[in-house]
Design a protein around this ligand. Structure first.
Ligand SMILES: Cc1ncc(COP(=O)(O)O)c(C=O)c1O
Length: 392
């Protein structure tokens, strides 16, 4: 059959190009260590669980209690089965945390972006999207009836030119990640806001990797730039990274959230999250708000990585985030480094096409507040040496 031939040919091609993914089966024993199928203990240095909340005893306790009280699943979409008090509480606290009037929980951050972007404008709208935006923003754009215009990464001047060129549209949106997930760069938010004011646009700000990490209180990209609130910003986030749980959300005006409740299909047509996950997220959010120690530790570990990579002359982004994309380029070469590190008991994921463009493969190191300092330092030296040994 032609379809089967096509699937097999594609996989053969991926194999030749070093793009085959063999995802290992791992059993996590804490936020930063796991055991593989051959009983090897690995130090995991690519988690998005920045503060280790998925193993936090209070978060686990909150989830377990909700599981005992409310059962495993949710039983239906919210529009079918009704809402839960923990869901409403979490939405109120998320809205508060992002300095917005209202929030809406989606089942994943991916669905939040798709559920928002696909519906917020009709063919009178235009969405300007940074070329390095996450797949969920891209897919939201693909499903939208608005015109989509992709602009070069963080290029404010070019974006201004494109906004001028598309002045005839009556609804304008600029979609950007706060911290770019594959590049560790930060969006030029003050400049984007100037453009949004000038051209009467909204900004869709995906704070997936900024929440908890940027700003003294972990509010994210806005706090990083000293901005308290701006009604032009629509916030998107995930419950699955710094909050260590599962789910996604959009925060904005009451009008926008009400509109999404009536129009967004991922919200309307999918079973809602179970109470256990919501209770875990709520507990994690409260922990995040009540202590700044994790953020300080994360910044300290980030600085250690910067110092060590500088010593080895390994490039990393100038922006101070929790992400270190160590760009190696060639896919096969990147896999060689991955395997070498694995043999040294370090699990550092190799990111390749289609997650990033071809020829820009990278090892995506992330920082976690739960690292033990000596283990982190030792791993950084091993990583730097592995990169140097394969590259030269
Ligand atoms: C920038 C960005 N947005 C959205 C998502 C999707 O979030 P989730 O994992 O909750 O679906 C991710 C996760 O990979 C991300 O990096």
């Amino acid at each position: 059959m032609d379809s089967e031939k096509y699937w097999a040919n594609e996989l053969d091609r991926y194999s030749t190009e070093g793009l085959i993914r063999q995802v290992p089966s791992l059993k996590f024993i804490d936020a930063t260590h796991c055991i593989d199928g051959k009983n090897n203990k690995l130090f995991v240095v690519c988690t998005n669980d920045y503060f280790g909340f998925r193993f936090h005893p209070e978060v686990i306790k909150a989830a377990s209690m909700a599981l005992g009280n409310a059962g495993v699943g949710a039983g239906g979409a919210r529009s079918v089965i009704g809402s839960f008090s923990v869901l409403e509480e979490l939405e109120r606290e998320l809205a508060d945390f992002q300095r917005c009037d209202a929030a809406l929980i989606f089942n994943t951050g991916y669905m939040a972006n798709v559920g928002l972007i696909s519906v917020l404008a009709d063919s009178n709208g235009v969405i300007f999207s940074d070329e390095k935006n996450h797949a969920s923003i891209i897919d939201g754009c693909r499903l939208s009836r608005a015109k989509i215009v992709v602009y070069p990464h963080r290029n404010v001047e070019y974006l201004k030119f494109l906004l001028e060129e598309n002045k005839n549209f009556t609804m304008r949106f600029i979609a950007t990640e706060g911290v770019f997930s594959m590049d560790g760069t930060i969006a030029p938010l003050p400049d984007l806001l100037d453009l949004a004011e000038k051209f009467d646009a909204h900004i869709i700000l995906d704070n997936a990797h900024s929440l908890g990490v940027l700003g003294d209180h972990g509010y994210g990209t806005l706090e990083h730039f000293g901005i308290t609130f701006n009604p032009r910003i629509i916030h998107v986030g995930t419950l699955s990274k710094v909050l260590g749980s599962f789910g996604g959300f959009v925060c904005g005006s009451k009008l926008l959230i009400n509109f999404l409740r009536h129009h967004s299909r991922p919200f309307l047509c999918s079973t809602s999250l179970p109470e256990s996950m919501l209770a875990a997220s709520l507990k994690a959010l409260r922990l995040l708000k009540s202590q700044q120690d994790s953020a300080h530790r994360l910044k300290h570990f980030s600085q250690i990585a910067r110092d060590i990579f500088s010593k080895y002359e390994i490039a990393f982004p100038a922006d101070f985030t929790g992400i270190f994309p160590l760009i190696t380029g060639d896919e096969n070469l990147t896999m060689q480094i991955f395997k070498k590190l694995y043999q040294s008991s370090i699990y550092l994921v190799a990111i390749r096409y289609p997650s990033v463009p071809r020829g820009s493969a990278r090892l995506r190191l992330t920082v976690c507040s739960e690292y033990e300092e000596s283990e982190w330092r030792e791993a950084l030296h091993t990583i730097a040496k592995a990169i140097k040994s394969v590259k030269t």
